[in-house]
Write a protein that binds this ligand. Structure first.
Ligand SMILES: [Zn+2]
Length: 513
């Protein structure tokens, strides 16, 4: 009258196994679940009862006690339904061979008629099950492709409780779900957006290339309609290709959050996330009483794009600091602290002033100077400190838009980015913190960004003439290093410095405050 079934759940972006023990004894009918269930798990009782009856099985009019172990982790959500139903049917011998359940993980939400619904986190659960030498996973058919990405574990996708019972009793043959690695690999890094779609704006494209090559965060400043968003959206297509391991890690995060597209077993493109400026700090970096990853983690190994940067709430921009610094978010809870990976490139965009037309030669700006200063002041400080490149995006000239000439393809730009990144990997061979020029601290800047006398003279002149800050000095050196790397040049030459100086728009001209 006692049965044991294995199930699993996620905590953070990792999974753990849960043992579902069901005891059925003759007594006044009742159904209780213990072992720190949340409300959704408690509601399982109703779904499981209805699903068992509506699948044509007898529901026992006895005392039913279910224990979820380990007892010290809060169980949430509805994905234990199927394991609860199977455990109950096994305890009353409707499932005949309980030994067969020893190395099977069972997951799925039940609807009242006994059909199975997709679950979140199938990929991390399959990873954990494999680690624990589990042989099989039984789960809703909609989640099966995702779980089948993991090698060395049999995945069976099912439609209903009835199917699962017949399968476990050996009365139904079922094919294993196979996720074709070749097929997935062939679609990896195929971007549907390409830089060749964007006419003109060659300067901005070059700045984005430099940003991608050195892992520098970038801010684009320009009037509405100049194509800032269009350009930013194409940034993932020039970053180095996503590796299979990176794709797996990114997919785990999206899987746990339930934002993975239904027909996608694996994320095959570097993510591009652009949260609206009304986003809350918790939605941006993650958190909550049952901690969930936020936008910065959804952008892991990809691009986080913040359009209308000055419109974001101040406290929201402040929480970006930790992930920008550490490439991860740490959420502390009473018992344990959780880490969500958040290694992303930041691209931001803004209008040059509140009305938007300050830099547009064709439209008149209606803003008073103090208004512009207040607007710019919203983004100053620690966040701006993490942005190496500022570039002006001018209004597109009609001539450029109508030009027949085709712009360069993303794949060609990406080749140069890959080469420059390889140079950097050799530069920082033993570091677990610095992978590209954008990660350098001032110590590394001194070491790797030495200038010859002509170079330092040029930079000194520019600093004086443009009134650049000491802060800008290090950033110019870092970006110069990347430009030299793109140029395959061992040392930083004056032309590399000149180009890098151009990428400090906010440090000069009329925006300075
Ligand atoms: Zn204006």
């Amino acid at each position: 009258m006692l049965s044991k079934v294995l199930s699993s759940a996620t905590y953070g972006i990792d999974a753990y196994l849960v043992e579902v023990e069901t005891n059925v004894e003759r007594n006044i009918p009742s159904f209780i679940i213990v072992g720190l269930p949340d409300n959704a798990v408690k509601e399982s009782r109703e779904r499981v009862t209805a699903a068992i009856k509506n699948s044509g099985f007898n529901f026992p009019m006895n005392k039913i006690t279910v224990n979820l172990a380990p007892a010290d982790i809060k169980k949430e959500g509805s994905s234990f339904d199927l394991a609860l139903a199977v455990g109950l049917l096994s305890a009353i011998d409707i499932i005949s061979n309980p030994d067969d359940l020893k190395d099977v993980v069972i997951l799925g939400e039940l609807s009242l008629d006994g059909k199975l619904r997709a679950i979140k986190g199938a990929l991390p659960i399959a990873v954990e099950a494999k680690k624990k030498d589990i042989k099989k996973i039984i789960l809703p058919v909609e989640s099966a492709n995702e779980a089948a990405i993991v090698d060395g574990i049999e995945v069976y996708g099912m439609e209903s409780l009835q199917e699962v019972v017949e399968f476990l009793n050996g009365k139904l043959e079922k094919e294993k779900t196979i996720s074709s690695k070749e097929e997935i690999f062939s679609s990896i890094n195929q971007y549907h957006l390409d830089f060749s779609d964007v006419k003109g704006q060659e300067n901005v494209k070059r700045a984005l290339e430099v940003a991608a090559a050195g892992g520098h965060n970038i801010l684009m400043i320009g009037p509405p309609g100049s194509g800032k968003t269009m350009l930013a959206k194409r940034l993932p297509s020039i970053l180095p290709p996503l590796t299979f391991d990176e794709a797996l890690e990114t997919t785990k995060i999206h899987s746990v959050a339930g934002i993975l597209q239904k027909d996608k077993a694996l994320i095959t493109e570097r993510p591009f996330r652009s949260p609206h400026h009304t986003v809350s700090d918790a939605a941006l970096v993650g958190g909550g009483s049952f901690p969930r990853p936020g936008e910065v983690s959804f952008a892991h190994y990809g691009v986080l794009f913040l359009d209308e940067l000055p419109e974001f709430k101040k406290n929201v921009l402040e929480v970006l600091r930790q992930p920008l610094e550490d490439s991860k978010v740490t959420v502390s809870r009473s018992k344990l602290s959780l880490e969500f990976p958040a290694n992303f490139m930041l691209a931001a965009a803004m209008n040059p002033c509140p009305c938007g037309y300050y830099t547009d030669p064709n439209r008149e700006c209606t803003c008073a100077p103090p208004q512009i200063q207040r607007y710019m002041a919203k983004i100053s400080g620690p966040l701006l400190d993490r942005i190496d490149i500022h570039i002006e995006v001018p209004a597109v000239k009609y001539k450029e838009l109508s030009a027949e000439t085709k712009s360069e393809k993303s794949s060609d730009i990406r080749e140069r980015v890959i080469n420059a990144r390889q140079v950097q990997l050799k530069r920082f061979p033993n570091s677990d913190r610095i992978f590209n020029n954008g990660d350098m601290g001032s110590k590394e800047v001194r070491q790797y960004c030495k200038l010859d006398s002509a170079g330092s003279e040029l930079l000194k002149m520019a600093m004086m003439k443009l009134g650049l800050s000491a802060r800008a000095y290090d950033r110019i050196l870092k970006v110069s290093r990347t430009i030299a790397d793109l140029d395959n040049a061992e040392s930083i030459l004056p032309q590399h410095i000149s180009e890098a100086i151009q990428y400090r728009s906010l440090d000069r001209e009329l925006w300075k405050h």
